[in-house]
Ligand binder design. Structure first.
Ligand SMILES: Cc1cc2nc3c(=O)[nH]c(=O)nc-3n(C[C@H](O)[C@H](O)[C@H](O)COP(=O)(O)OP(=O)(O)OC[C@H]3O[C@@H](n4cnc5c(N)ncnc54)[C@H](O)[C@@H]3O)c2cc1C
Length: 444
């Protein structure tokens, strides 16, 4: 039986990060079932025709060039007492240390009609191939359920290919877990203007049809009628891929494998990283949703560095995320107002609106920022950005302020740079102005 110093279950970004960081230093094997690892984030842009399919497929060399052994198989069971992994191909592998990086899979709700032809999710290479096949095969209508980042990106992609596209969410604004209504409503209107038919504040109760899906019915009886062979894609969240571990002694919470700040599970020599884990909010300490590569990769890097002798600790998840809606780049981090209220925070909001270049420059675009600050500690607990230019740098600056405990009064004194192409006039800075706005309210 083959034995490995580190056996990794899964071939996504978390697994690849570990291989890269431990390259040549440990005897590693990666077990994953797919022909290719994928850049999932880019899937909508293949549908939209911006990217070639093959560009989203990661090369096996990302793993094998690190010296790791790549095994194409699926783990069915783990004997944690004897440190053996059993696979679908009826192979057994022994390990000294096990790293579970089995990721997450898209949720399909248990509602009537969910097994009808045309009803899908979007996570795997097969999902993407199937959606493209159906689009190229002449599908004319699509319903996307879930107006989070994946749902929005998919709906826009389908709409751009000419399909009549409906987007449904139980909340009354899009991106409900990322953005507050005051920031997102103007953006949402653009999505509607682009032709996406929004059904907000609606809950899908059942899907209609005999063999093909021919409609979506909401719990108030309203319907979206569809011609046969239409698409209904659920983008309503992810659940951890841990079913194969359920019968074991491994501690698994509601949203994934329970790990400590070193990525250790309750079983010695067994670690877990990425979307398969349950993670907590660095702000509220509660279990946090939002499975993202920008959380999976840092968790994996931390574990790899610690395996090499460092002593890093995971801070928790800040939930920094971004997407693109119409011509707007949208991003957020930390808590929205709704989330802050639900958690009992007493907070103050500050906003600033400027331009991405000197406003006298012909290409300057609008950018708006919103910060939430806890009234007692005066620390930032959330931020949102809507911009005509990419927003991730601004989102990350806010996350950094939260992560490294920069009080809002210090942020108001932030030293910044300015140049006609790249920022507002030197006279002001977005974060500084939003901070001053909050301080004036705190001091009232
Ligand atoms: C359409 C889409 C867009 C996205 N956009 C973004 C974005 O813009 N930004 C961002 O940060 N994140 C984005 N994400 C999320 C991001 O892709 C995930 O957070 C990330 O892939 C998680 O990495 P992971 O390695 O933990 O798990 P995964 O990437 O899910 O990989 C898990 C691996 O484990 C394998 N596996 C599972 N069970 C077993 C088993 N029993 N045996 C062997 N192998 C197993 C799987 O087959 C897979 O290879 C997006 C996701 C999707 C679907």
């Amino acid at each position: 039986m083959n034995k490995f110093e580190f056996l990794i279950i899964g071939g996504g970004p978390a697994a690849i990060t570990i291989c890269k960081n431990l390259a040549g230093k440990k005897r590693i094997a990666v077990i994953r079932p797919e022909d290719h690892s994928m850049i999932y984030c880019a899937m909508p842009y293949v549908i939209e025709g911006i990217l070639e399919f093959k560009k989203t497929l990661k090369k096996d060399e990302l793993v094998t060039d690190t010296g790791a052994t790549l095994i194409r198989d699926f783990v069915m069971n783990v004997d944690f007492d004897n440190k053996i992994v059993f696979t679908k191909a009826e192979k057994e592998y022994q390990y000294e240390n096990l790293i579970i990086a089995s990721g997450a899979e898209a949720i399909l709700p248990h509602i009537e009609g969910i097994r009808l032809d045309g009803v899908m999710t979007m996570k795997t290479e097969e999902d993407l191939r199937e959606i493209i096949k159906r689009v190229e095969g002449g599908v004319r209508q699509a319903v996307v359920v879930g107006a989070g980042a994946i749902g929005i990106e998919l709906a826009q992609a389908l709409n751009a290919t000419g399909l009549e596209t409906h987007l449904v969410d139980i909340f009354d604004t899009i991106l409900p877990n990322m953005m507050d209504p005051d920031m997102i409503i103007p953006v949402q209107e653009k999505l509607g203007n682009a032709g996406v038919k929004l059904h907000l504040d609606e809950r899908v109760a059942r899907l209609l049809g005999d063999s093909y899906v021919t409609g979506v019915e909401f719990d108030n009886g309203k319907r979206v009628e569809l011609e046969p062979k239409s698409l209904v894609v659920f983008a309503v969240g992810m659940k951890p891929s841990v079913d194969f571990l359920r019968e074991s002694a491994l501690a698994i919470g509601k949203t994934g494998i329970i790990v400590d700040e070193y990525m250790r599970t309750n079983i010695e020599g067994v670690y877990a990283v990425g979307d398969c884990c349950e993670f907590t909010s660095a702000i509220s300490g509660e279990v946090a949703l939002g499975k993202l590569a920008t959380n999976a990769v840092p968790m994996a890097r931390l574990l790899a560095k610690n395996i090499l002798g460092q002593n890093r600790q995971y801070d928790g998840f800040y939930n920094g995320a971004a997407t693109k809606v119409s011509d707007y780049f949208v991003g957020s981090t930390g808590l929205t107002e709704r989330a802050a209220k639900e958690r009992g925070f007493d907070y103050v909001v500050g906003k600033a609106k400027m331009t991405t270049a000197f406003p006298i420059m012909p290409f300057a675009k609008e950018i708006e920022i919103k910060l939430l600050v806890d009234s007692t500690s005066e620390m930032i607990i959330g931020g949102q950005v809507v911009s005509g230019e990419p927003a991730t740098d601004k989102v990350d600056q806010i996350t950094m302020a939260m992560q490294y405990d920069i009080p809002i009064r210090r942020m108001a004194q932030m030293s910044y740079s300015s140049q006609p192409y790249q920022s507002f006039f030197p006279a002001n800075n977005l974060l500084v102005q939003a901070a001053e706005n909050i301080i004036s309210k705190l001091d009232q």
